[in-house]
Design a protein around this ligand. Sequence first.
Ligand SMILES: Cc1cc2nc3c(=O)[nH]c(=O)nc-3n(C[C@H](O)[C@H](O)[C@H](O)COP(=O)(O)OP(=O)(O)OC[C@H]3O[C@@H](n4cnc5c(N)ncnc54)[C@H](O)[C@@H]3O)c2cc1C
Length: 478
Amino acid sequence: MKQQFDTIVIGAGVVGALVARELTRLGQRVALVERTDDVATGASRANSGIVHAGYDAHPGTLKAKLNVKGSAMMEGLCAEMDVSFHRCGSLVVGFDENDEQTIRGLIARGQTNGVPDLAFLTGDEARKKEPSLTDEVTCALWAPTGAVVCPYELTIAAAGVAIRNGATLFCNFAVASLARTEDAWEVTAEDGRTLCAAYVVNCAGAHSDEVARMAGDDRFTVHARRGEYLLLDRECAGLVRSTVFMAPSKMGKGVLVSPTAHGNIIIGPTATDTDDRDDTATTAEGLDTVRRLSQKSVRGIPFGRGITCFAGLRAVGSTGDFIIDAPRPGFVNCAGIESPGLSASPAIAEYVAELLAQQGAALAPRPDFDPTYASPVSFRYLPADKKNEIIARDPRYGRVICRCETVTEGEIVAAIHTEPKPRDLDAVKRRTRCGMGRCQGGFCTPYVSEILARELGIPETSVTKSGGASPLLVGKTK
Ligand SMILES: Cc1cc2nc3c(=O)[nH]c(=O)nc-3n(C[C@H](O)[C@H](O)[C@H](O)COP(=O)(O)OP(=O)(O)OC[C@H]3O[C@@H](n4cnc5c(N)ncnc54)[C@H](O)[C@@H]3O)c2cc1C
């Protein structure tokens, strides 16, 4: 007997997770299916984390409409789900008269899109706001509504809310085929499991054209564009207070320098087209480009304080806009959701619900919907008396496992038992920040591996770094 749902959402990135959350809010029985072993493992794991104000996209496009709306929704949503968010504002800096024209054009475009409070600044005005800007900066756009958010926390929390409200998450469910019966869709995974639903929403990121083709929709293609980053230690917080973009020019889009929602400094990304939709390796060449370009806008970047580098893959659609439509009965695409997809994601979820309603889905707000997400406590932020109280109740909160980020055993155990439950080391890291500090897991990895094995009731040789074939231990040497 195949499991039946109202809607199956394919892909548990930020878009799929927020769509699942919205549909449970509207009373649907939802299955969220994901081909990897956790949520937030695609573009929603590795991006700049900027909530764009909305001046970049061309007026009239879905990108423009959903960016401005999503950006306005983001702060409230993050507060509701206890997700790290910081309204830091953003600057687009220019270096010559051409850039000044570009910046004035962005201001006009932003105003058309409905972005509030955009301002033109001279180079000196911009340096007053952001003293680390180089003397080469001659002008800037200031957008006070720009913000930063933690993208994987947002995805995890949205999936957690969906699950709390009845959704079922199927991990390691790589959709291999879709079949239309008289009034429903059968969704079959590579391993043969099949689920059934009246509606399917395709949120498969860089693979969204492949999933669309499974439903008989071959109108568009998606290709991957890699973006590489450097991340600096939290010690460097204050280098810049707002997100510093460079004005786009014939030479490219430049790179940004920005605080993250957790107080690190992020620098990047590059933009390199690649045939491999899953290759998130960094390259010496890409990181050199990041270092070289960023020094044009911000001076004194302490690259020696770099703690890691990483890359994400943009899902670039062939139409130039987000592809969100219903090409077949009961089948909705959320394809080619490249930047500003994170910023737009709350609005995309509402838009998908509108499309499903037009397709005949019965949607009505549930009075018992619980919009909150109980993330495990962040012990390091608590006052001393509260810490002592928690340790007295559960001594595991007195054992620090990650020294760089001050993460305790109690937090790790709580995270392992909170939906969506982590099954590998990186998944624990995304929930607790264990291993995200200066030593990048050099100290805590063996301890987290031991705790994961104990709590999941599996041998330590079965613990992986990131699911699939990524074992941490292969056996005993003696
Ligand atoms: C380098 C970079 C920088 C960016 N910066 C920003 C920014 O600052 N601000 C902003 O607003 N946006 C930014 N974006 C865009 C933003 O990250 C994306 O728009 C957003 O994360 C897309 O979410 P998604 O859920 O559509 O895709 P993803 O997060 O990629 O999720 C898709 C999911 O589908 C799963 N999947 C694929 N195929 C299948 C299948 N057959 N069966 C089951 N599951 C499947 C994948 O495993 C994946 O988990 C950036 C993107 C990149 C790459």
